[in-house]
Design a protein around this ligand. Sequence first.
Ligand code: ATP
Length: 270
Amino acid sequence: MMFFGPPFVLGGSSRAHLQVQSLSAGYGAFLVLRDLTLEIKPGLTVILGPNGAGKTTLLKALSGLIPRGGEVQLNGEALPEKTSDIVKGGMALVPEGRQLFPQMTVTENLELGGWLVGKAERARRLEQAFNDFPKLRERAEQLAGTMSGGEQQMVAVARAMMSAPRLLMLDEPSLGLAPRMVDELLAITRRIADNGTTVLMVEQNVKKALAVADRGYVLERGTLVASGPAALLARSTVIREAYLGAGAAGATTATSAAKTTVQAEPERVL
Ligand code: ATP
C-alpha cells in the first residue's frame, strides 16, 4: 500500500547546487575527511561507503555541527559556518537515528522544524506537511516515541521539510526499517527531489539507494574512490564486487577492491 499520492509542496524550488572543494573535517586532532571535492547537483545524490568511511562526518560538516576546512558554496555563495545560518540558508538535515522528541506529539515535533518562521507561516507549513504526509495527519496527536521506526522516520523527514529547505540531507534514512518501509522512504526522497528540493542522502542500502538516485559518490576512509551516474555505478565493478557481493572478488575487502577496480573504470567522472 502506498501512503503518499500527491506531490510535495513544502520544500524548495530553486534547484540548489552545492559545491564542495578541498573539504576537511574531523574530531579534534583526528581528521576524518581530507581534501574532499564533490558537487551536489539538483536531483538526488547518494553517498555510499563502508562503516567509518566518513559519511556522517560529511553531513555534520555541511550542517555546521563540526568545524570544517576548505570551501563550500551553495548556489555560488559561501556556506555559513553556524548551523542556524545554514538552516536559514535553506539546508536541513535528517540525522541518523531521527532524533525526535519522543515525549512530544507528532504535531509538536513538526512545529519545531518550523522554528525559523512566524506562527502563521508555521501553521501554514504544518497544514502542508500533513497534506504531503497524509499518514501523519492521522497521527497528529500521537507521542512520537510510541510510533514505529518507519513512522518516526517519516516524522523526521517531515520535520526537516518544515524549514522548506532548498537542500535536504538525510543520514541513513532506511536504517533498521522493514524492507517495505525502506522502499517507501526511498520513494519519498525521490519525490522530494523531483519536486525541486536537492537531496543528499547517505545510505548503506546500496542497491536500493542507487535505484532511486541520480548520482552517487563512494567514500572510503575519508576519500572518494568512485563517483558517477547512479545507473552506471550500479553496474560498475567497484560497486558490484565490493558492495553487492558479486564477482570473484568476494573475499577481497571493500577498500582494496574498490581502489584497484576504479582505476580501470572509465566511468568515474560525473
Ligand atoms: P557509519 O556508517 O558507521 O555511520 P560513517 O561513514 O558515517 O560510518 P563516520 O560516522 O563519519 O562514518 O565516522 C568516521 C570516523 O570518525 C570513524 O573512524 C569514527 O570512529 C570517527 N568518529 C565519528 N564520530 C566521532 C566523534 N564524535 N569523535 C571522534 N571520532 C569520531
